[in-house]
Design a protein around this ligand. Structure first.
Ligand SMILES: NC(=O)c1ccc[n+]([C@@H]2O[C@H](COP(=O)([O-])OP(=O)(O)OC[C@H]3O[C@@H](n4cnc5c(N)ncnc54)[C@H](O)[C@@H]3O)[C@@H](O)[C@H]2O)c1
Length: 253
């Protein structure tokens, strides 16, 4: 532990699994007090329990990031528990069904856009409003994707939503830079999480995708968490509006 986030109050979404779970553990180890949110209450509570058992500070909030009332309540819960928020890692998301553009269904399009684009926007909206009320700045990191930087075969809506997250990130960064609120995105390549495992089970050819990673392996969830923690920390004090590829070189071609 380096104490990178010592004394900070952090919100993390999507803590029940994958990148969010790794981030919750890392942020707590680095000294942050957490509000840990997810739609999956039992799994999220278990993550919070293990952090508390290890001596960390964490509270679980059930929150569907696609519902404004839930997101507003998540921010209010953090303020009630700790008095303020200093940083947020808006990470929750879904991949949806894989299909090429012409075979994409309207149902999948609407669901993926709702959770992957509207969700991070709602999180930013209520976090920024709270940070403005506090008047002391803050740091927000959104999880986009390598698919937010380049086209991605067979996931048109996910790719569009993640490009949208990068657009929302850059725009909000410009709007709130003078208020001291830094807003960045992480853009993971292929990360070994239940999301990826689910897709590979359905589409075995996707398992060969590891071969396209220049670094020669998939990412560990902890490697994305490290980038998010740094972007949330004061060590990144001059970094805002950045979409940081953490993708083993995938988008360097
Ligand atoms: N795994 C990858 O290869 C990869 C690559 C690039 C980007 N990402 C992004 O990283 C983020 C985390 O993905 P992961 O791989 O850890 O996936 P995951 O499926 O392991 O975890 C996602 C978490 O988000 C939660 N969630 C889903 N919808 C939600 C909602 N409406 N409200 C609140 N919580 C919700 C889930 O319950 C789950 O706990 C996502 O935004 C994903 O798009 C993942």
């Amino acid at each position: 532990m380096t104490g990178l986030l010592n004394g900070k109050v952090a919100i993390i979404t999507g803590v029940a699994s994958g990148i969010g779970r790794a981030a919750a553990a890392l942020f707590a180890r680095e000294g942050a007090a957490l509000v840990a949110a997810d739609v999956m209450a039992d799994e999220g509570e278990a993550v919070v329990k293990s952090i508390r058992d290890g001596g960390g500070k964490a509270a679980f909030v059930r929150c569907d990031i696609a519902r404004a009332a839930d997101v507003e309540a998540m921010v209010a819960a953090a303020v009630k528990a700790y008095g303020r928020i200093d940083c947020a890692f808006n990470n929750a998301g879904i991949i949806g069904q894989l299909a090429r553009t012409a075979e994409e269904t309207e149902e999948n399009f609407d669901r993926v856009m709702l959770i992957d684009l509207k969700g991070p926007w709602l999180c930013m909206k209520y976090e920024i409003l709270q940070m403005l009320r506090q008047g002391k700045g803050g740091a927000i990191v959104n999880t986009a994707s390598a698919a937010g930087l380049v086209g991605s075969h067979g996931m048109p809506t996910y790719t569009a939503a993640k490009h949208g997250v990068v657009g929302l990130t850059r725009t909000a960064a410009l709007e709130y830079a003078r208020a001291g609120i830094r807003i960045n995105a992480v853009c993971p390549g292929i990360v070994d999480t239940p999301m990826t495992q689910g897709i590979m089970a359905q589409h075995p050819r996707m398992a060969q995708a590891t071969g396209i990673m220049p670094i020669g392996r998939n990412c560990r969830p902890e490697e994305i968490a490290e980038a998010a923690a740094w972007l949330c920390s004061d060590a990144a004090s001059f970094v805002t509006g950045h979409a940081m590829a953490v993708d083993g070189g995938l988008t360097a071609h």
